[in-house]
Design a protein around this ligand. Structure first.
Ligand code: DGL
Length: 278
């Protein structure tokens, strides 16, 4: 597949409600170091997970349109709930641009490693309500037994840098208990914020296999860019611009704590150019 009219040196657009999408940014930087990234954290509206699905759909479409109009060559919805409610819509609006979500790659990665056919999904209320993971598993293998658990406390804990607290440990225990009781051996971290809680989750259930969908998503992305002759060949001329719709100073200090020092980024900016920003 060769895609016409798209510049290989253009950035990859990535967005999430907040810090969670940095798990995808980190993965892109590691696997595709020659690619530029334009990232939007919609912290003015985080958390998305408890909002009406129609409202999240509106945010996700607005941000997608902004990133595409800013010249991004491809778009990664680094947000499960956005992928659940708006991926198909944005793909249909822009059939000429590769647009990826995280749910199908995450579900496929879980099916590939699950041994007993029982898979758990930890996700936000909205993602669970959408039924998107159950639908994805059914498409891949209808025999998989899926157990989805909504985890409303997790995103606020991550956004306020409280991943390693007793509160996080208690929340992790509450959310994992039904999955342990159901006998799952594999758990999808069905919200991009949750990989930041992995140490805490492993303290409660060290024997489970945790799937971070960002890994499989970036593998799919690399494959699409390669097949479409869209990999950046311009060498060292890359940029990684991280923007927020929220408070820039706070975001900058958060990024330094959430991205390892090996992940280089160029600037932290206010994202104020698209609709929906208060
Ligand atoms: N990180 C997003 C997701 O993967 C959204 C979390 C939220 O804002 O509730 O679903």
């Amino acid at each position: 597949m060769i895609l016409d009219g798209i510049s290989p040196s253009a950035p990859i657009g990535v967005f999430d409600s907040g810090l969670g999408g940095l798990t995808v940014v980190r993965q892109i930087r590691e696997v595709l170091p020659h690619e530029s990234i334009l990232y939007i954290a919609d912290q003015a509206h985080v958390p998305y997970g408890g909002r009406p699905l129609e409202e999240v759909k509106g945010f996700a479409i607005d941000i997608s349109e902004y990133l595409i109009s800013a010249g991004c060559k491809t778009l990664v919805m680094a947000c499960n709930i956005s992928s659940a409610v708006s991926l198909k819509i944005v793909q249909n609006l822009h059939p000429d641009i590769p647009i990826l979500g995280v749910i199908l790659p995450g579900a496929a990665a879980a099916v590939a490693v699950a041994k007993n056919g029982k898979i758990g999904v930890l996700a936000t209320q909205g993602t669970v309500l959408s039924g998107a993971y159950t639908k994805a598993f059914t498409e891949i293998d209808a025999k998989i037994e899926v157990h989805e658990i909504a985890c409303p406390q997790f995103v606020p804990l991550v956004e306020s840098d409280r991943c390693d607290t007793l509160e996080a440990l208690v929340a992790a225990q509450t959310y994992l208990e039904p999955l342990i009781a159901a006998g799952v051996d594999t758990v999808v971290l069905g919200c991009t914020h949750y990989p930041f809680l992995l140490t805490t989750l492993r303290k409660i259930a060290p024997g489970l296999c945790y799937i971070d969908p960002s890994v499989a998503t970036v593998q799919v992305l690399a494959h699409i860019l390669e097949n479409g002759k869209l990999l950046n060949q311009a060498g060292g001329n890359t940029s990684c611009i991280l923007t927020t719709t929220g408070d820039v100073c706070q975001y900058e200090s958060q990024i330094c704590r959430f991205l390892p020092p090996s992940i280089r980024f160029d600037s932290v900016q206010k994202a104020e150019k698209f609709a929906g920003i208060p």
